[in-house]
Design a protein around this ligand. Structure first.
Ligand SMILES: *Cc1c(COP(=O)(O)O)cnc(C)c1O
Length: 448
């Protein structure tokens, strides 16, 4: 068989010669990414060396079970791949236990919920429209229909209301408390959550899908030894493949009375055989590669730039008269409340996209518009920091966003018009930035 490098080239050629329609569609997406500023907070740029792992022959292997204990023959060569991913995840996060098989963070969370709860048990998680996630106990999702959800939220400053968390925990005696969020711009106090969990005998799960890169870089406190269980996706700040992992720190070897097994063993059995079948080996290889990259000084510098950028963006948008929820950011997220600007989140999202800035509409505290429209946008600095844009460029971006928000004419809540001349000028400014800061390492000449 060809070496990995030759194989990738050969495989891409086969695709190009046999499926022009699909190749054209893929090329369009490459072009869109190169030429727009991705400020979606869940986005980042997956390194080509991570992508290379996905197009490899380990896809051909069925490997139910775990390294050294599989249900199929033919796994001895892939076991070291999964073991590398496990070892690197543990080293990166200082965890005693890691399971790298979850197909996504959603699956990781549901494996955990299934492992430690019985149907109908109470789970206490953050309210969806205050920044929580569908998997944290929400009525239209599995998390809120098979279990009994109770939700905490934000205080009127937009910060997690820990007193409410404690009061709800005391009243409802949840078996599991979930912390971590999908649209929260501030530091999460994991120690405080653990104290609340301990006060009612609950387990604590921290879902760090959004901030895993900052945690790995030591730029956000780690939950690994505070929470009993920590989950994260691997494709947001970690810039890895689409997937999830489950970890545990000092509680990994605690025996759970409900299962009679250690927490680690309980979690392994929850992923397989309870919740999933065979793992996706190429994705696991890609996770191993992403963990190695996240352990480098270069990655730490990028993580610091993510923070510097969100601080600069929040400060400049505030200076230009916009309302930043909580007045700033401790992580990669800047949540903009557009109530004062008199435009909906949906109209703003569409107007910004029309000139090459990609954000997502997001509900803000006290929002009266429906979730599909909203009164805010969520802006994230992962991908632009990876491309090398810094605080200076963030101030330019803030200026572009400001011009869009102040010159667009909303048409109802869902549409907009933007003066053609202004739009062309702004598009040219975006083009200048994307040309100056190409996707890192996507071309041999690209920046490191
Ligand atoms: C994005 C996100 C998830 C879901 O991740 P997937 O891998 O896309 O399923 C779970 N939890 C939180 C907090 C998230 O932000």
């Amino acid at each position: 068989m060809l070496a990995t490098e030759d194989f990738a080239r050969h495989a891409a050629r086969l695709l190009a010669s046999e499926d022009e329609e699909l190749v054209t569609a893929i090329a369009c997406e490459n072009h869109r990414q190169q030429n727009s500023l991705m400020l979606v907070a869940s986005s980042s740029v997956t390194d080509p060396s991570v992508l290379a792992c996905l197009a490899t022959s380990s896809m051909n292997v069925t490997a139910e079970g775990y390294p050294g204990a599989r249900y199929h023959a033919g796994c001895e060569a892939i076991d070291p791949i999964e073991q590398l991913a496990i070892d690197r995840a543990r080293a990166l996060f200082g965890a005693r236990y890691a399971n790298v098989q979850a197909h996504s963070a959603t699956t990781a969370n549901y494996a955990v919920l299934s492992a430690v709860l019985n149907p109908g048990d109470v789970v206490l998680g953050m309210r969806l429209n205050h920044g929580g996630h569908l998997t944290h106990g929400y009525s239209v999702a599995y998390s809120g229909t098979y279990f009994t959800p109770v939700n905490y939220g934000l205080d009127d400053q937009g910060r997690i209301d820990y007193d409410e968390v404690a009061a709800l925990a005391a009243e409802h005696r949840p078996k599991l408390i979930i912390c971590g969020a999908t649209a929260y711009p501030r530091t999460v106090d994991f120690a405080r959550f653990r104290a609340i969990a301990d006060s009612v005998g609950a387990l604590l799960m921290a879902d760090i899908s959004h901030i895993a890169g900052l945690v790995a870089a030591g730029l956000h406190p780690s939950p690994v030894d505070h929470a009993h269980i920590t989950t994260t996706c691997t494709h947001k700040q970690l810039a890895g493949p689409r997937g999830g992992i489950i970890m545990s720190g000092r509680d990994a070897d605690t025996v759970l009375p409900a299962t009679g097994r250690t927490l680690a063993k309980t979690l392994d059995r929850a992923v397989f055989p309870f919740f999933q079948g065979a793992p996706i080996l190429p994705a696991i290889a890609a996770k191993a590669r992403a963990f190695a990259r996240a352990a480098t000084d270069e990655y730490r510098n990028t993580a610091q730039r993510i923070l510097d950028n969100s601080a600069a963006l929040a400060a400049e948008l505030t200076a230009l008269g916009h309302e930043v929820v909580t007045g700033g950011s401790d992580n990669h997220i800047v949540l903009l409340d557009l109530t004062r600007d008199n435009v909906s989140g949906m109209a703003a999202e569409r107007a910004l996209e029309s000139i090459g800035i990609v954000v997502n509409k997001n509900r803000v505290p006290g929002d009266t518009r429906p979730a599909a429209v909203t009164s805010g946008v969520r802006i994230g600095t992962n991908a632009v920091a990876q491309r090398g844009l810094g605080p200076r460029e963030m101030r330019v971006c803030a200026g572009i966003i400001h011009t869009v928000l102040t010159t667009m004419r909303p048409v109802g809540d869902r549409d907009f018009t933007l003066d053609e001349f202004t739009a062309a000028e702004l598009r040219a400014e975006v083009d200048k930035l994307t040309a100056e800061f190409p996707l890192p390492r996507y071309e041999p000449s690209g920046r490191p």
